[in-house]
Design a protein around this ligand. Sequence first.
Ligand code: ZN
Ligand code: ZN
Length: 423
Amino acid sequence: MDFIITFLGTSSGGGPSESRNCSCLIADVVGNGNLWMFDCAEGSIRQFSIHYNEKHRLQPNKLTKIFITHMHADHIMGIVPVLRNILYPPLAVLDPDRPPKIEIFGPAGIRTFVRSILKMTHTKTSDRYVVHELLTHTDPITPCGPSDLHSSELAGRDILCTLEDGLWRDISGARNTFTGTELIVDAGPIQHRDPCIGYVVRELTSPNRKLVILGDTFDPSGIIPLCAEGSPPSLLIHEATDTHIPVDVDFGLSKRSPETVLQKTLDKGHSTPGMAGAFARRISAERLVLNHIGGRFPSPRQSGDNRRRAIIREIEQQATKAWGTSGRRAIAAFDYMTVVIPFHEPETGRDRERSQRYRGQDAASNAGREPNEYRRYRDVEMSSPSSSSNQRRERSEYSEPHRHHSDREFEYSDHWKKRRRDY
Ligand SMILES: [Zn+2]
Ligand SMILES: [Zn+2]
């Protein structure tokens, strides 16, 4: 089965904005319909409902795990609405042996955060949830005694990082009994202005794909040991909150110097696209998606939105240049963008090289045939000579999952199209 990653929110903490919700992405990696969520900003449950796809619609009640990178509000304020949505109204009699419907993993504090809001809002549900905290050796333990728990909560694990490298290994996983696929999740500390975690999803069975999903960071090197074990990461999702855009690209509207932007980005604990590209190079990532995009860089909305398109393209080029992997191109995420990591990678040699090149081109030319907002900034490349019909035929699933999965293609109803135009 292919891995399918859908971005429900791609804004930095300055959002939500008119074109982006804040951080939330969905990984469909188990292959049995279960979904895993990484971060859960305010409005994430609504992002599900707006994700209109009749044939491959994401449904909150398919969520079985939520992984939280850090406690900043733009990453966690949607958790309680998600729980309320999927745990259902209370039954008259609760079954004490009922297993948790959803597991939440996150740093110290996430258990108290969820528990206290559920208590304060008098929330009662029939299904249960559980929170497992990833703790360092200095973090306090949040008790899970009978008098501490919320009525919908089961006692979670307190998972201590290893003393040697500060990593949390094998915190979770899944096995698809039908396909035989086995996954485990590891986590590692990454540097942000407050404690932050990156997650690594590893496939133990062939083809041994690996996803590296980072929270906010200015230095994720703490997670490198997990990236280096086994096969290189199939996909790195790295934040790129801010950057300097040259005068000729943004028509001189930005007065900020490159040095000022870099310093401010670092001061806030964030990264530039160049830093994301450099890290992708360091861990030999095979794909790079830039996420957590600053409010200065909204997604293009209309076909004539050339300034936004040019800026997003510039961001992608900065990361691609620092990445320096021939034939591959970094992609700036936008809400509802989907990335597919195929079960069968292209052949090695010339075919693979060509396919990789098309991946980059396709990713930047995700337009023209998509009846939704995805066509936005991709129109520019679609009109270029590189977008030949031959290349389109060979286009990879990397950037056009909806096309790759023809049986699950994205199809907007007429009603929906009308709504989009009304914006
Ligand atoms: Zn953030
Ligand atoms: Zn943050």
